[in-house]
Design a protein around this ligand. Structure first.
Ligand SMILES: Nc1ncnc2c1ncn2[C@@H]1O[C@H](COP(=O)(O)OP(=O)(O)OP(=O)(O)O)[C@@H](O)[C@H]1O
Ligand SMILES: [Mg+2]
Length: 372
């Protein structure tokens, strides 16, 4: 029996009772028991996963999803906390259905351990896609960053110290080598420090911030260094209210976006456009514990480079994704982490000669003075 006929059957057998309504609801709805075995799925869920209820009920939810699917983590989170949560931009993938970005509502079911999930393929403002919400990328690197920082920094300072001692008695030729050891050790420490930011789970301290001041500061730094020779145009909406943010972290966001843009443009005729504007209707629920909030302030960085290679796009914000010989592939992962920590969204659009990264941020509550 296909999902459509199952639904028709449900319609005729259950009349217009709640079960028939659920069966016909266009949103995929599932319920799992305390062991994550499927107890129920409606017609839309059958269509979504490409299975029939007859074969799926009794099977484990994990079997229908990729092993490390964030959905399983969300289910566990709700089971432990007992509180419902909504997550936007969750990628659900399996060999059968491919990867799809959805918004998921997860809540406790009628009996202990049972969990009800409903999925929405409709995205906030029709825009949620794989690249929008990258907290998973940041999360996956968190544990590793903490471990690396701990395990690498200590021995490294030992190595550096030893090299400095050697330097005192080394012949001039060998001093070059001890220098090299110190320099390379410093480079590793700098990388580890950058990675350590990922393991910082503390909430970001935020206040009202003038986004234009942030962008102008990043622009000045860029023009003094990595963006020398590139034409930068600004198109700001001066009436924008302050964002609710952390000024220094936001500077880091725009420095990374500007650096990528400057590295992407041609040597001759490189052009960047920095702009800001106000948008209505994009909302986000970042965590179960946090209220839904609007993201009305958009700040974007556009360049006229060749664009983002197609094969890179699905993983662009993951750490260590790079096409540059000396790139670390940490810039965009950091951008995603910081913007996510602001409850915001970063997305991109890219065609040759026009690549735009857009950062959407919440506005500071009215009535507070601007900090900077
Ligand atoms: N504006 C852009 N135009 C074209 N490609 C881009 C752009 N921004 C990012 N990319 C691509 O995304 C990759 C990842 O960017 P990311 O900033 O995370 O790392 P990186 O710039 O390679 O290294 P790092 O920032 O750590 O020095 C880049 O290597 C590049 O291929
Ligand atoms: Mg970069």
């Amino acid at each position: 029996m296909t999902a459509a006929t199952t639904r028709q059957a449900a319609q005729t057998s259950a009349g217009s009772g709640p079960e028939a309504i659920l069966a016909l609801l266009p949103l995929p709805v599932l319920m799992v028991d305390a062991e994550n075995r499927l107890r129920y799925l409606n017609g839309a869920a059958e269509d979504f996963f490409g299975v029939s209820a007859g074969t799926a009920v009794g099977r484990s939810l994990g079997e229908m999803l990729a092993k490390d699917s964030p959905l399983l983590t969300l289910v566990e989170q709700v089971r432990v906390s007992g509180a419902s949560l909504t997550e936007h931009g969750v990628t659900i993938g399996s060999p059968r259905i491919g990867a799809r970005a959805v918004s998921v509502d997860v809540g406790p079911g009628p009996h202990a351990g049972e969990i009800i999930l409903s999925l929405q393929q409709r995205s906030i403002a029709g825009k949620i896609d794989r690249q929008l919400n990258h907290r998973h990328a940041a999360r996956s690197v968190t544990a590793m960053a903490a471990m690396l920082a701990h395990e690498i920094k200590n021995p490294l300072s030992g190595i550096r110290g030893a090299a400095q001692l050697l330097e005192q008695t080394a012949a001039p030729n060998d001093q070059e080598l001890t220098h090299l050891i110190c320099e390379e050790a410093d480079r590793i420490v700098a990388l580890v420090n950058r990675m350590e930011m990922f393991s910082d789970q503390r909430p970001i301290e935020r206040g009202p911030v003038n986004i234009h001041e942030v962008m102008q500061h990043a622009q000045r730094v860029a023009m003094a260094g990595f963006a020398r020779g590139v034409t930068i145009t600004e198109r700001y909406d001066p009436s924008l209210p302050p964002v609710l943010g952390n000024r220094d972290l936001l500077v880091q966001v725009f420095l990374n976006l500007l650096k990528n843009a400057a590295e992407a443009v041609p040597k001759e005729g490189g052009e960047l456009l920095l702009s800001t504007y106000y948008q209505q209707g994009v909302r986000m629920t970042p965590h179960a514990s946090e209220a839904r909030h609007a993201l009305p302030i958009v700040a974007s960085v556009q360049d006229n480079g060749l664009g983002i290679p197609e094969d890179l796009r699905p993983h662009l914000f993951d750490p260590f994704v790079t096409t540059k010989p000396s790139g670390k592939g940490l810039g965009l992962a950091l951008v995603a982490k910081i913007v996510g920590g602001h409850g915001g969204i970063v997305e991109f659009e890219s065609v040759p000669r026009r690549t735009v990264f857009r950062v959407m941020l919440p506005a500071a509550p009215a009535g507070k003075d601007e900090l900077r």
